[in-house]
Design a binder for this molecule. Structure first.
Ligand code: SAH
Length: 326
């Protein structure tokens, strides 16, 4: 009989197969695929933040988990239009493990350099964008059982629990605590990097404002929720992002953190609706209405506007980046 596998090991294995072999966008859609204005206002965000950082030249513009490359293609088009000097200074770097998605990205993003992880990004000023990247990183799940703790493993008959050390955060008896070690490692590395030299990172993803107990692991296949333990590679496994833990890990290394704030407020402040109105103006009525409907889907509280959040990690000397003003 095979040994139980730790949940994060199972999730990493399942998602590696999934992203390497499936078209993830058959199973779910994301903000850049819904509205081109999303990537455009994030491009404008990067351009303004580059100015706040003192206009470093050259500067690395990177994206983690670029999917089909849509966000970055839309961002670069907006940057070329509104900030040609930033466009000339930037060097495009993409962090992507899936060979299949790298090929899709290469068709849309000429001149990019690819990386398997953030560790190999060049040692230069950095602007990093990441939408729905952290939620795909593997989590560990711990359960408080009386005075002790267990950790969830995947056994031959489904989930099982084995005795574990405390996870570093407390919970009531029977409650679950989730820890995403790769996300915390990324936050620590960015925190140390931004403490030492100019840079900023913007993460958009879904999760609560404060660390909360509970099981948030979910699996999507063809737009439907399925059991998380379906054969590896047949569903997209994600979990809520613990923004508070990520901000704390970056601050502990000396960086500043802003947010998280609800995506709807953030996008409205960046001018999502003004940009959408501008795009809609030249379109026939049905297309104009579709553009407005798409922007609403991203921003309205009962749709993607509240569950999704924006978090920025920055060089401590950087003024508050756009959208995060109190
Ligand atoms: N940002 C895109 C895609 C989100 S899907 C969008 O908003 O549409 C998640 C992306 O992260 C995919 O490109 C996937 O291949 C990539 N990814 C998942 N795990 C990764 C890892 N550990 N390292 C690098 N990229 C990863």
């Amino acid at each position: 009989m095979s040994e139980p596998e730790r949940l994060d090991h199972f999730m990493a294995r399942a998602n590696a197969v999934y992203y390497a072999t499936r078209d993830p966008f058959a199973d779910f859609t994301t903000a850049p695929e819904i509205a081109q204005a999303f990537g455009e206002v994030l491009g404008a965000w990067a351009a303004v933040t580059w100015q706040l950082l003192g206009r470093p030249d050259p500067v690395v513009l990177a994206e983690a988990g670029p999917g089909r490359g849509t966000l970055m293609a839309d961002a670069l088009r907006a940057i070329a239009r509104v900030a040609p000097e930033f466009h000339a200074a930037l060097r495009l770097h993409l962090i992507e493990t899936s060979p299949r998605l790298r090929a899709v990205q290469a068709e849309r993003l000429a001149g990019a350099i690819w990386h398997d992880s953030l560790e190999t990004l060049p040692d230069a000023p950095l602007l990093l964008l990441a939408n729905e990247f952290l939620d795909a990183l593997p989590i560990r799940q711990f359960v408080r059982r009386g005075a002790g703790w267990t950790e969830r493993f995947v056994g031959p008959d489904g989930f099982c629990e084995l005795p574990a050390d405390p996870p570093g955060r407390d919970a009531a008896d029977g409650e679950m605590v989730e820890v995403c070690e790769p996300a915390l490692d990324i936050a620590s590395a960015l925190g140390a990097r931004f403490a030492a030299r100019p840079g900023a990172a913007l993460f958009l993803d879904y999760g609560p404002e404060h660390s909360a107990p509970g099981d948030s692991l979910q699996a999507l296949s063809e737009g439907r929720m399925v059991d998380a333990l379906v054969p590896p590679g047949t569903a997209d496994l994600t979990a809520h992002v613990d923004f508070a833990a990520i901000a704390a890990a970056a601050r502990a290394k000396g960086a500043a953190a802003h947010g998280p704030i609800p995506q709807g407020i953030f996008l409205a402040r960046l001018g999502l609706f003004q940009r959408t109105d501008r795009l809609a103006r030249d379109q026939p009525p049905a297309r104009a209405l579709a553009l407005i409907e798409a922007a609403r889907r991203l921003a309205e509280p009962d749709r993607m506007g509240r569950l999704f959040k924006a978090l920025a990690l920055c060089h401590p000397g950087c003024p508050i980046p756009p959208g995060f003003e109190q």
